[in-house]
Design a protein around this ligand. Sequence first.
Ligand SMILES: Cc1ncc(COP(=O)(O)O)c(C=O)c1O
Ligand SMILES: N[C@@H](CCOP(=O)(O)O)C(=O)O
Length: 402
Amino acid sequence: MFDLVCIGCGATYPSDAVMYTCSRCGHLLEVRYDLANINITRKDWLSKPISVWRYRELLPVSGSPVTLHEGGTPLYHLQRIGEELGVKELYAKHEGMNPTGSFKDRGMTVGVSMAMQLGMSSVACASTGNTSASLSAYGAKAGIPVVVLLPSGKVALGKVAQALMHGARVISIRGNFDRALEMVRDLCEKKGIYLLNSVNPYRLEGQKTIGFETIDQLNGEVPDRMVLPVGNAGNISAVYKGLLELQELGFVDRIPMMTGIQADGSQPVVKAIKGDLPEVVPDLNPETIATAIRIGAPVNAEKVLKAIRMSKGTADSVTDEEILAMQRDLAQKEGIGVEPASAASVAGVKKLIESGEIDRNERIVCVVTGHLLKDPETVIKQCAPPIECDATLESLLAALHL
Ligand SMILES: Cc1ncc(COP(=O)(O)O)c(C=O)c1O
Ligand SMILES: N[C@@H](CCOP(=O)(O)O)C(=O)O
């Protein structure tokens, strides 16, 4: 049993309402369960395979889900990078290992399942790339049409390729992501299309399972800190919400310090946290190589400020150079291939350790959000080209200087 509850005024709406914001005050909604009457134990959960659907008692879907087998992503111990930084326990939860290569699949399995449950016949989103790739795949699986709006020229190649190949109607907007999101919200309202950006409270329910899996993979122990790259700010807010639910159920006794990392050229949340502002002031011209987090007006602004402040976490920004250096370090020192936005979380930890803001004794989990292959162009630009040689052993040995 659950309701949709306004995060601003607390107004309650029924679970079958197709809505994203409160009709009284305009704030976002969230899913609220009657946790006192949910009958589950961690032992029950642990007896099932690790995946988003291990946690279905805390998800809104009642029938068979639209699934591509999402979740169950690896939690890697970053031994070399951790040692270099002098941190004993540094982990990366590799969300790039989801079916379409990003954490969005956790949200879309739930969001598209709810679209079907609510009887919706088409779905849409605006996207910096990953949301569109994921929605296109899950829409295809569900057999419903998908419309995606992308900021022209600012979406990594792999993500556009995915949306096109999965058969979405792909529209390239001459404007940035924030404008595309405003447009898709209007489109969905006018045409009765189901909106699957992170204003959708059901989609975020799927994403909160990142936190559930992390606790399970740490054998029930709570990390001191969880570090996530922040763009539209849905993911960090979702993980925090899920962990609060675990606390209310008595499965954990504390909440990690939620830490958000943005790019220097696109850091409205960081400015609000550092400036102790009551709200996030939109950045009108966000810019970064990490196109996934090139977002100036995060729609989940209110939720992310609460998540960071209530958990006594923090936020900071990193330069594009720091992001790319950490992308290379993860690839070459740990064997973990991530896209630039994902490397921001670990780059942020490095910065905060070196500045003394993070204690080296903490157990830290970084969420690395998307796969290396999402943005092959940024990878190729950083690497020396392959060495071409004739098809003879002599030529090969010469090329290898052997
Ligand atoms: C790879 C990647 N990392 C991080 C983010 C940021 O997540 P959020 O918008 O939920 O803050 C996104 C998209 O927004 C993304 O695609
Ligand atoms: N990085 C995102 C931006 C959209 O965020 P959403 O969580 O509101 O869908 C993307 O991949 O498009």
